[in-house]
Each structure stands twice: as structure tokens, then as C-alpha cells.
Ligand binder design. Structure first.
Ligand code: ATP
Ligand code: MG
Length: 572
């Protein structure tokens, strides 16, 4: 994961693909053109692994003055939907990338791909096969044994052309016939053993409707789609390395423009699953509240959670691009989010678990406005006013009746600072007579400490956040923990499903939090630091005027930086 410095190429994230691109351009290959593409299949929402691929493909194009296409690889009508197409476009844009007028669909190439197939038949390089899928599997052989040739392999060109045309015309039942490439049933690479190019599927496609009842296989469509667009560098993940000889074979057999494919290791993230099949299962079984649940590793989930596009791009840059797979710690992603939010988020005060405090020597009915700094990281952010009055709320766990030695916050007889306000001293603890639970604290304040400093120079050991009881806004706050308790939820024991490894405490809802009144008009999606508590954003789905709902984006505590020996962020 370490970034290497290479003096020959301009500044930017270095990785082996970048080096290849730089060298190709320098040598004037592809007529000096650079064209990459991001080719999602619209069968789910994009996740953080896709973000790695997006940042790489669009990032290279941006850096080297090339272009990057968005192409939907929509060759499988069964699993694909318009909802996914729309979400993918929204997410790529949100990440900060632009395909301009180069939005493509593999389904736009169905006619061209069909003609290519006819050409391969005419060259004697493809045939219609009547084996069922089960029979084909038997004929295919194994890693150690060669396969057997299909009895239909030596059909004449004329018969193949006729049968293929009739497949297209809908004369045959689903699964009864396929078009296969005629390559080598004894190849050591199973992908080369006469792979299927077309299958019959009498299903409507989300774009082509009922125009087709034969659909190209991904492995047949993908390389040709790249070629049609004139892609120069076809970048994909390492599971396609073994498919590359097949892609090369098709392009060479057709004699068309030949993009080069380069493979990189897919991203794996701790406490996270990144398989669309598994994410879909979580959604379908109601384990999460949809694809954009803030606990999901989807772009839509992270966006709703309050992550910024810059923090995700930054993360992708830091993890780099390599050939070997590894599991990246979720803490690194959170570190990038904190780093960005720390710079830009306004600070506000909110109390998650309110404990009432009555300032007995503060006149009843009196109120005042105190100056509070909006963002100490940003001198231009200025100040705002927060109201102070006789009744306040502080955080329950900032008080202990019988504190241990290391607890420096409020306790009976002890004085602390209320941020931007006054020194207050706890004089009395009032309990519910029936339950014995602490109901409120009676405190006194020192009017001479306005703004938070004592003119006589006396010190306090803690500064607490607070809100004024009469003006604070009751809000819902959602706290998130990792969706999976296990570090690697893909690593299941026998008889175990990955859903068994879900974290039962991944969501905690606090219905009765109180936030300062400046948040009354906070727009959905806006981000804040709640002092001492973390970064929060206004939920874009459930928050409505009069009923604010906040998501905790990340805590302030920085485990990852601590692990890296970089020291913690101050938590106040
Ligand atoms: P899944 O395996 O979860 O179904 P996929 O790879 O089939 O995902 P696609 O829609 O085909 O999903 O992916 C589009 C692009 O994103 C591909 O080029 C793929 O290589 C890349 N991609 C998918 N997952 C990751 C990942 N975890 N890390 C990096 N790139 C990824
Ligand atoms: Mg894929």
C-alpha cells in the first residue's frame, strides 16, 4: 500500500497502471490517445470497491488529458433495472467525475455484436451447439482433464448461419441452443474451451424491450464493446486475468481495434462485504433499510451517512493500485472522512443524552447570547450566538456522583467550564424519589467567568458542551457501528452464512437528543461537528422541518491514527 515516488512522471498517485499509461503516451502509442471506461453492470448500487475503479479510470483520463466513458454492461436482462442505472449515474457524478457525452450501453451494440458473431461463423470460428447447459458442463472437463468436443462442433457454416438466424427469430426454446466459439477444448485455460457467446433468453430487457431473445455473454460482449468505443486501456480487476486470452482471441479473430487489458487487485474492506450479491441479500432480507442505509458500504449509503466525495477520492488515492489483494482497514476510510470534515464542518453543540442542570443563582426569565466559534480550523468561518439561560442540558455521562480518580468532569462540589459560557459548580443532586435515578443537578455559576475564563486565574479540569433547555431542539440521532462485527465477514465457518456475522448493535437510535437552535433550519445533507461527540449530518431521507434527524458520520476518536502512531485528535 505504500506509495512509491517515480521521478519520471508528473505528480499524482503512482501505481503500475499509471506508469504504463504514462509510457504509452510518451511513446505515442494509440496515436497518442488515452481512453478508459468504467463498465458497471446495472444489477446493484455502486460500492466503495467501484469507487476505486472509478477514481482510477476517470482519474487517469483527467490527469493525462484523456477521456473516460461510462458504459453499462447490460447484457443480462434478468438482473438489471433502470433504478440501478440511475443510481450509478448519480453516484459517479457525486464522486466528482464526468463522462460528458460518452454514456454508452452494451445493449446499444447488440446489432453490431450480432454481426460480429455472424462473421465468426463465416470464418468457421463459431458454431451453434445443441448441448444443454448440464451437458456442456460435463463436456467442459476440469482443471486437470481436457474437455471433449461437442458433437455439433463440425456443423457447416451454412447450417450455423441458418440456426443462429432462427435463434434470433425466436424459433427455439430458452436453453435449447447456444452459439459457441470454436477454440480449443483441451486448452489449459477453461475459458478457452469453446465458450458460449450467445444464449436464448426470452426475457424483456430494460432498454431493448422484446427486440432480442438471444443475449451475448459478458465475456463475448465486453472486449468488443471496448473495441467499438476505441478504448485504449481496458482496466479491470484480477479475476478477469484468465479471461484476457479469450478477449484477445475474439479481437484478433475479428481483426478489429484491440484495446489492452490491465488487471488490478479489487478492494476489500474490513468489517464489510463488497459483493453485489451479498449486498442485495442484505437489502432483500431487510437486514438494512435499503441500498442507501448509512451502514451500507455503497456510495449512496456513505453519502447519506455524511461522507464527502473528496474523502472517498482521497481514500482511493491512499490505498493505491496493486496486483495483490489485501484487506484495507475501515479505519483508514474513516480517517480520510475525519480529515476532510475537520477542515470544513461548522462546530455546534448538541446533547445526546440530556441531564438537566438548573443554575440556581441565574435569574429566572433571564437569557443572553454568547459568542461561539464556528470552526477553529477556518478563521473565515466566524462566530455565532448561542443562547444561555437558567435551565440547561448537559451530557449525562459528563456527571458522576461518585467519580473515580481519572474522571475530571462534573461531580458534586466540583467546578467545570461550560464551553463559551461560564464556570459552574455542582451544589446538589436531585433524584427521582421512587427510582433513585438522577433527575437534575442544581448548580451555581460565576458571573465573572463569562466567555469561559476566570479573572482570578483559577483553573478547571474539564470543559463540557451544553444547550439551553428552553431553546434547544429535540431531535433524533442515529449512531452507527460497523455493519459486521467480524473483521472479515467473507470468512465464514462451515454451516455459517455471512449474515450470521452481522453486528446486532450496528444502529442505535436516540429519540430525545437536544441540539442548539442554530440548527433549526439545517438543510438535509448538511454536515456538522457536534462538539466532543463526532461528525453528524442531517439525514436526507427522514429529516423534515420540525423533526430533525441526524446521522453520526464518524466519531472524533481516531483509532487508525493512533495505530499509525500519529496521535489522536483532541476530543475536548
Ligand atoms: P460483484 O463482483 O460484487 O458482483 P462486479 O465486479 O461484478 O461486482 P461490476 O458492475 O461488473 O461489478 O463492476 C464494475 C467495475 O468495477 C468493474 O470493472 C470491476 O472490476 C470494478 N469493481 C467491482 N468491484 C470492485 C472492487 N471491490 N474493487 C475494485 N474494483 C471493483
Ligand atoms: Mg463484474
Amino acid at each position: 500500500m505504500e506509495e512509491q515516488k517515480n521521478e519520471q512522471v508528473p505528480a499524482g498517485p503512482n501505481n503500475f497502471i499509471r506508469t504504463i499509461v504514462a509510457e504509452d503516451l510518451k511513446a505515442g502509442r494509440n496515436e497518442g490517445r488515452l481512453m478508459t471506461r468504467f463498465p458497471p453492470e446495472p444489477n446493484g448500487y455502486l460500492h466503495i470497491g467501484h469507487a476505486k475503479s472509478i477514481c482510477l479510470n476517470f482519474g487517469l483520463a483527467q490527469e493525462f488529458g484523456g477521456v473516460c466513458n461510462l458504459r453499462f454492461d447490460d447484457t443480462n436482462p434478468t438482473k438489471e433495472e433502470q433504478e440501478y442505472v440511475d443510481s450509478i449515474m448519480e453516484d459517479v457524478r457525486w464522486l466528482g467525475f464526468d463522462w460528458e457525452d460518452r454514456l454508452y450501453y452494451a445493449s446499444d451494440y447488440f446489432e453490431q455484436l450480432y454481426e460480429f458473431a455472424v462473421l465468426l461463423i463465416k470464418k468457421g470460428l463459431a458454431f451453434v451447439c445443441d448441448l444443454t447447459f448440464e451437458e456442456m458442463r460435463e463436456y467442459r472437463g476440469t482443471l486437470t482433464e481436457p474437455g471433449r468436443e461437442s458433437p455439433y462442433r463440425n456443423r457447416s457454416v451454412e447450417e450455423n448461419l441458418d440456426l443462429f438466424a432462427r435463434m434470433r427469430a425466436g424459433e427455439f426454446a430458452d436453453g435449447s441452443r447456444t452459439l459457441r466459439a470454436k477454440i480449443d477444448m483441451s486448452s489449459g485455460n477453461i475459458n478457452m474451451r469453446d465458450p458460449v457467446m450467445y444464449r436464448i433468453k426470452k426475457e424483456s430487457h430494460h432498454r431493448t424491450g422484446d427486440a432480442w431473445c438471444i443475449y451475448p455473454m459478458y465475456d463475448y460482449a465486453h472486449g468488443q464493446s471496448d473495441s467499438i468505443e476505441g478504448v485504449t486501456h481496458s482496466i479491470c480487476t484480477t479475476e478477469y486475468e484468465d479471461h484476457r486470452p479469450l478477449y484477445d482471441w475474439y479481437l484478433d479473430a475479428l481483426g478489429i481495434c484491440h484495446p489492452r487489458q490491465y488487471e488490478f487487485a479489487r478492494l476489500n474492506l474490513s468489517h464489510t462485504v463488497l459483493s453485489k450479491r451479498k449486498l442485495l441479500k442484505l437489502v432483500q432480507e431487510g437486514r438494512v433499510r435499503g441500498w442507501n442505509d448509512p451502514r451500507m458500504p455503497t456510495i449512496a449509503g456513505f453519502r447519506r451517512r455524511g461522507f464527502t466525495p473528496a474523502s472517498i477520492r482521497n481514500f482511493c488515492e491512499r490505498i493505491g493500485v496493486a496486483k495483490r489483494e489485501s484487506i484495507v482497514d475501515l479505519g483508514l476510510l474513516e480517517f480520510c472522512v475525519r480529515e476532510d470534515l475537520n477542515r470544513a464542518s461548522p462546530r455546534v453543540m448538541a446533547v445526546l443524552r440530556p441531564l438537566k442542570v438548573v443554575i440556581t443563582n441565574y435569574p429566572e426569565g433571564q437569557a443572553e447570547q454568547l459568542d461561539a466559534v464556528n470552526n477553529p480550523e477556518d478563521p473565515d468561518a466566524g462566530t455565532r450566538q448561542v443562547p444561555f439561560s437558567r435551565e440547561l442540558y448537559i451530557e449525562s455521562d459528563d456527571f458522576m456522583e461518585d467519580p473515580p480518580k481519572q474522571f475530571f468532569r462534573l461531580a458534586p462540589g466540583r467546578e467545570v467550564r461550560l464551553r463559551y459560557a461560564y464556570f459552574v459548580k455542582c451544589e446538589e443532586v436531585i433524584k427521582n424519589p421512587e427510582t433513585g435515578v438522577i433527575a437534575e443537578l442544581r448548580c451555581t455559576y460565576d458571573p465573572a467567568t463569562r466567555g469561559g475564563n476566570a479573572p482570578d486565574g483559577r483553573k478547571v479540569k474539564a470543559t463540557l458542551h451544553w444547550v439551553a433547555a428552553d431553546t434547544a431542539i429535540q431531535s433524533e440521532v442515529r449512531l452507527y457501528d460497523t455493519l459486521f462485527a467480524a473483521g472479515n465477514p467473507n470468512d465464514t465457518a462451515e454451516g455459517q452464512d455471512f449474515t450470521d456475522l452481522l453486528n446486532p448493535k450496528s444502529l442505535e437510535i436516540i429519540a430525545d437528543a437536544r441540539v442548539e437552535p442554530s440548527l433549526a433550519e439545517a438543510a438535509p445533507g448538511s454536515r456538522f461537528q457536534f462538539e466532543r461527540l463526532g461528525y453528524f449530518c442531517v439525514d436526507t431521507v427522514d429529516s423534515v422541518p420540525g423533526r430533525l434527524v441526524f446521522n453520526r458520520t464518524v466519531t472524533l476518536k481516531d483509532e487508525w491514527a493512533k495505530l499509525q502512531g500519529k496521535g489522536r485528535e483532541k476530543t475536548g
